[in-house]
Write a protein that binds this ligand. Structure first.
Ligand code: FA5
Length: 516
């Protein structure tokens, strides 16, 4: 404990020490007096006090005192009487005055006429009817009796300034009435601060503090002459609380996309991309997905009205794909055994996966190669905690003479490992365009369950042959939002698109595994 106190004392600023010393001498000392005694300016006294209060060494108390004085209008009315009083003085004799004669009869200035009429009616001292002002019974009674507002006016005339706390109740009522009138009183607030030692403050003083000038900024001369060695320094409190800073930063989804791109680029993949608006040909047909496949249904795929049709690539390629669907074409397969329709292939769709980018790439490149792409895809999905109608996939294809299924598993394991996920497993799956096909799953500790992250497999000859590829090719397509869920510990995929500013701000900048 005493070590703690010594540490606190050592870290006190010289102004804080001076303030405490003054409090030790006189516990009722005012900030002004401290400033006077120590030669500090009042701002420094207050900021030292604020700092001591934040460390729980003193308590700052605030006492607000309010005072009222007359304005120039107020002083005029205090001398001459309130405008309505001056009218009553005349009405007492005359009983009635036409409004137009009011100024002359009661000796009012122009600006006082409206004030007089307003308050005569409000105080129920007079009635106004057809341009004539007549005194009421209350007005008659008021003639000999000053209201509390008027009493206070006369007190203010003599005392100039009053403190409401010193007023008896009836005058307080008068004060409220005068406060309700425009521009009669001005109030000044005086704030007095006082300081009280907390138990910690008392302990610090018991331990004792010495005031020694401390160096805060070193000069060139002090460094050169070696004087700095003899100076005393105030230690920094490196555990002091500091304000949270929320600098601009990359959106978490964008961040993970960039990480994924880095990983594949570092693994020697070439990046490619494609169009969001695609032909059904590239999105489905080139992948040996039959034209009556469930995924093509309206309820799964967004078909675009404008343009409703998209141009197809060169006829020979289309013909090869058509024949493969119908009877297997040049492959040893029997195909799907139906009549392929070019019009269906021309339909324009929002791509439902990024796998069309891979077939297009295969068609225009010679193996060996490693290609990846990242893109947004669209599906008519019912939104829930792990499904969005619009999400991102990272797609990859590796083609070459010796490429095999083991390479596929190795690449996927390596990719997930680099992202920080070590618990990965593969399940047999089905896609019309791959054989063997797998689904990859990663263990989600938060939910103590496995979550499906993507599909993969070896492209079938029915896909590769029509595209002119004679080597094996492995392929994969992985969901990125699902990965982000794991990375950022979120239970609901929608969080990534909610722009929840609190969550975005508080998400640590370094949330993510560093790449080596
Ligand atoms: C495909 O899209 C295949 N094209 C993957 C593939 C590529 C297989 C190459 C073989 C060869 P699937 O429909 O399972 O597969 O989607 C892949 C991943 O996208 C899913 O595992 C999941 O992580 C993610 N995903 C799918 N639907 C949604 C959705 N509605 N919202 C968010 N993520 C989704």
């Amino acid at each position: 404990m005493s070590d703690d106190i010594t540490k606190i004392i050592n870290e006190l600023h010289i102004y804080e020490k001076k303030l405490l010393k003054e409090l030790e001498k006189d516990e009722n000392i005012t900030p002004d007096k401290i400033a006077e005694n120590t030669g500090m300016d009042i701002k420094s006294v207050m900021s030292a006090a604020g700092s001591l209060a934040s460390k729980d060494i003193i308590i700052m108390e605030k006492d607000v005192e309010e005072h009222f004085q007359l304005t120039s209008d107020g002083a005029l009315f205090a001398d001459e009487g309130l405008p309505e009083r001056r009218v009553i003085n005349v009405l007492k004799e005359k009983k009635q005055i036409p409004m137009k004669d009011l100024m002359g009869a009661a000796g009012l200035q122009k600006f006082e006429v409206n004030i007089a009429m307003g308050w005569l009616v409000r105080k129920n001292w007079a009635k106004i009817d057809k341009g004539v002002i007549s005194i009421t019974e209350k007005g008659e009674n008021a003639f000999n009796n000053l209201g509390s507002d008027e009493e206070l006016l006369s007190i203010l005339k003599i005392k100039h300034i009053i403190n409401p706390f010193e007023l008896p109740n009836n005058l307080l009522k008068g004060l409220n009435e005068l406060k309700n009138r425009k521009n009669l009183l001005k109030d000044t607030k005086k704030v007095d601060h006082s300081f009280k030692l907390t138990p910690l403050g008392s302990k610090i003083l018991e331990t004792g503090i010495t005031i020694k000038e401390q160096a805060t900024q070193l000069t060139h001369e002090q460094l050169e002459s070696g004087e700095y060695e003899k100076l005393s320094y105030r230690p920094y409190d490196i555990n002091a609380e500091s304000p949270n800073i929320f600098p601009g930063k990359m959106h978490p989804l964008r961040k993970i996309i960039e990480e994924i791109r880095d990983i594949f680029l570092n693994m020697g993949f070439t990046e490619s991309d494609g169009d969001i608006l695609n032909s059904a040909f590239w999105n489905f047909d080139s992948l040996f997905q039959p034209q009556d496949h469930a995924a093509r249904e309206m309820q799964d795929t967004f078909y675009v009205k404008n343009p409703a049709r998209v141009d197809l690539p060169d006829e020979e390629l289309v013909e090869r794909v058509a024949r493969t669907h119908e009877d297997g074409g040049e492959t040893s397969s029997e195909g799907w055994g139906y009549k392929w329709d070019v019009e269906v292939a021309k339909q324009s769709v929002l791509r439902t996966h990024t796998t069309g980018i891979s077939t297009k790439y295969l068609e225009s490149h010679e193996p060996p190669f490693k290609m990846f792409s990242v893109g947004r895809v669209f599906r008519r999905e019912t939104i829930n905690y792990k499904h969005l109608p619009e999400f991102h996939q990272v797609e990859g294809v590796v083609a070459g003479e010796n490429i095999n299924f083991q390479n596929l598993l190795g690449i996927l394991r390596e990719f997930y490992k680099k992202l920080g996920f070590t618990q990965v497993r593969f399940r047999p799956a089905y896609f019309p365009y791959t054989y063997l096909s797998i689904e990859t799953e990663v263990f989600f500790e938060e939910k103590d369950s496995w979550i499906e992250l993507g599909g993969a497999g070896m492209f079938r000859p029915e896909v590769l042959k029509p595209l002119g590829i004679d080597t094996p090719a492995l392929a994969f397509g992985l969901g990125i939002e699902r990965l982000a869920m794991l990375r950022y510990d979120i239970n609901d995929i929608r969080m990534l698109y909610k722009s929840d500013i609190k969550w975005l701000r508080e998400l640590p900048l370094d949330k993510g595994i560093k790449l080596d």
